[in-house]
Design a protein around this ligand. Sequence first.
Ligand SMILES: *Cc1c(COP(=O)(O)O)cnc(C)c1O
Length: 392
Amino acid sequence: MKKNIETECVHSAKIKYELRDVSPPIHLSSTFYFKSAQEGGELFDGKKNGYIYTRISNPTIKLLEETIKNLEKGEKALCFASGMGAISALILGVLKQGEKVIFSEPLYGGTHALFKRLKEKGFFEFKGIKASEFEEKLKKEIDKNTKLIYIETPANPTLDIIDIEEVAKIAKEKGIFLAVDNTFATPYHQNPLELGSDFVIHSMTKYLGGHTDLIGGALIGKKEILEEIDKEERAHIGAVLSPFNAWLVLRGIKTLAVRMKAHSENARTLANFLNEHPKVEKVFYPGLENFKGHKVAKKQMRNGFSGMLSFIHKNGKKGAMKFIDSLKLCVKAVSLGAVETLVEHPASMTHSTLSEEELIKAGIHPGLIRISVGIENIEDIIRDIERALSKS
Ligand SMILES: *Cc1c(COP(=O)(O)O)cnc(C)c1O
């Protein structure tokens, strides 16, 4: 039966259990016994006996993988202990030594640090292109060693928008893979696989979990290649999600659509407020009509533009620090996609692994403040932010 996204979120994780649970059980077992011949099993035949060991496979994790596969409209999904675990498995699974990844800048700080490390070790090549000029510069950077294009849209923390369809077309022409980190948009707002991408990445720690109580990641894409990554990189590098965290994400997903609706409505209202405020130099939010990526965002996103925004404080880094420190309701913390409004300073917090030069190249201004707008009453959020702005 065809389901709309709100229904999919609530009903995707259904399995017929003998005990008829409506909420799925948590299978915490690390190991599963082999059925004897009398029970219809075959001695030492893992395939016939089903689940063997939780690092290889587990029913609760499997149920979450089915759910995410449905939400992202992929052929297969794999879950990991973290978003970084998913990204590592993708890079190690797809690339051979010396092959190259072209990525958009800025990127999530951890992803950027991983790429830098793998490059310094001499394993692979990585080449960054500024997200704001990605589509026009991409073709020139693709050479015979290029295997993967890796992008974030909306990007972290500048909210730059990249045209997924256009990049996917170039990737297909050149016979290389495209991976999109869809953490900021979530499947409520955007489905990159439907726009031609080969892989989707999620940090489930953020909106999919939604309640600041777990770390988890996912990789979604074509069956054949994900089966290989499942057997090799996922099982043997071992960044395996815990069954309990899988269950927490399953629970989080049930309310994903209603949360995203609240996040995106609140973010739109806050973006409009900041856009008019004298202490604000510039607002980055894909839903603003004067934002550079607005047209493309409107084309490839739906139901709004998610709950992430950032802005440059008129008084630069000093103003930004003072502002964040003056907040009373909003929480001064990294991470995002929480029900609470989270505020941070990218240059000194999430993106502090970047050098000053790299920060400038990635377009991360010292006065930039990132806000993950929560689902509190927007008037309360604005009152807190207005007060903090007046003090900075
Ligand atoms: C948080 C995040 C990651 C990394 O995910 P973890 O779950 O923290 O490992 C990757 N990409 C983006 C966009 C993120 O926000």
